[in-house]
Design a protein around this ligand. Structure first.
Ligand SMILES: Cc1cc2nc3c(=O)[nH]c(=O)nc-3n(C[C@H](O)[C@H](O)[C@H](O)COP(=O)(O)OP(=O)(O)OC[C@H]3O[C@@H](n4cnc5c(N)ncnc54)[C@H](O)[C@@H]3O)c2cc1C
Length: 378
């Protein structure tokens, strides 16, 4: 029997991982992208991403996260690349903050190693963060920092070495269902395949069969602040963090570039975009000033004027859980989109699931919560 021919549309982290998983199971894979692997126009760029296991977004993610953690290591070994640095992770905020409580609950439910640092201990252990009276830290040792651009490139490189055809600068303009599969068109050339995996990130609504999916495109902005004591802000001394405070909220990433600590402000909003192609390349001055104020208030070891600002597009669903499963109303198609600001860490296991669905039509991972049809049925 000939190998199934599968097209993957989009090689951000989700499409890259799916391509890797498909080719290692013997599929003949064509992986298309409008841009180059590791580009900065979509959701899978910006130097760093958080990996965590005690998950405020829902403790039912824990088995997927644990599987993803092992898979990140496997990718690192196969590609001889360092992609995940396990520096630990902090959730910081008032003891009764819902996210602090959710992380504690998740850790307790799953028996995950964790440590709760009271105000005094938190100040002593991690002086890089300014801690108000009544605030605590929950330390998740099974957390770390991922390198997004090298990760996408590593997955595609080993997939290409194993025979996948990785086709950057191939925007798919049309997709049409045929009697036995799909016809995919890029730059006037048609490709006939047995199955399509749609992994277009925030561009989902540009593709006809995905147009009705409930995806909102949002801009997420990251700001980098120069650290005065660079050694104190490297991953060996500064874990990743989710900071919750009455005046601000952000995710915080240790220094990887030799200069600066990154924060992604949450409290300043992630504005909607009509299209990822409308992504502004810089932030408004008010945004920069407000992010600087948050850094000045909560990160005493940085110079609170951003040395770098980056904007990125991401697709969100109404409940902020991805759409992952067979594409409703179609045969031989899998959709993977709407990762809602937290898909990167899970990408290797989502890639396994994408390959399961494309090649077998089912998966043993529990993805009920991610059913692409759930909003239509509600
Ligand atoms: C600033 C920011 C911070 C984040 N922080 C974290 C974090 O710390 N931890 C975490 O786990 N997650 C985080 N996330 C979320 C995570 O990064 C995303 O969920 C994930 O990267 C989504 O990947 P993707 O492959 O779906 O999308 P993308 O990376 O956008 O990839 C989609 C790809 O499809 C291509 N494409 C689209 N349409 C077509 C077409 N018609 N033809 C060909 N190619 C096409 C695009 O060019 C693109 O390369 C963050 C997201 C952002 C934006």
């Amino acid at each position: 029997m000939s190998q199934p021919r599968v097209a993957v549309i989009g090689t951000g982290v989700i499409g890259a991982m799916t391509t890797w998983q498909l080719v290692r199971r013997g599929a003949d894979v064509l992986a298309f992208d409008t841009y180059s692997p590791g580009h900065d126009r979509g959701a899978s760029a910006g130097e760093s991403r958080i990996f965590r296991t005690a998950y405020k977004e829902g403790s039912n993610y824990v088995p997927l996260l644990q599987r993803a953690g092992r898979s990140w290591r496997e990718l690192e070994r196969s590609a001889s690349a360092e992609l995940l640095t396990m520096c630990g992770g902090l959730t910081i905020g008032p003891a009764d903050h819902p996210d602090v409580q959710a992380v504690r609950r998740c850790a307790e439910e799953h028996g995950l190693d964790h440590e709760v640092l009271d105000t005094e201990l938190a100040r002593e252990r991690f002086p890089q963060h300014r801690i108000d009276d009544g605030e605590v830290m929950v330390l998740d040792p099974a957390a770390g920092v991922l390198r997004p651009e090298p990760a996408v490139q590593a997955a595609l490189r080993i997939a290409a070495d194993a025979g996948a055809k990785v086709l950057p600068h191939h925007r798919i303009s049309e997709v049409a269902e045929t009697a036995h599969g799909w016809r995919i068109t890029s730059g006037g050339t048609d490709f006939d395949v047995d199955h399509v995996v749609f992994a277009p990130g925030p561009w989902a609504r540009d593709l006809e069969p995905l147009r009705s999916l409930p995806i909102e495109i949002r801009r997420i902005t990251a700001c980098w602040f120069a650290a005065r004591d660079t050694a104190a802000h490297r991953p060996d001394r500064l874990p990743i963090a989710i900071r919750r405070h009455r005046d601000a909220g952000f995710s915080c990433f240790p220094l990887l570039d030799g200069v600066s600590v990154k924060i992604v402000p949450h409290h300043l909003g992630w504005p909607a975009l009509d299209s990822p192609d409308d992504l502004p390349r810089s932030a408004e001055p008010e945004f920069a000033r407000a992010a600087a104020a948050a850094a000045a208030r909560l990160l005493p070891g940085v110079t609170p004027h951003p040395v770098r600002i980056g904007t990125f597009a991401e697709g969100f669903t109404p409940d902020e859980h991805a759409l992952l499963g067979p594409l409703p109303g179609h045969r031989n198609a899998t959709v993977m989109t709407g990762f809602s600001g937290h898909g990167f860490k899970l990408a290797p296991v989502f890639g396994e699931i994408g390959a399961d669905l494309a090649l077998r039509g089912s998966t043993e991972h529990d993805i009920t919560q991610l059913d692409p049809d759930r909003f239509a049925r509600a």
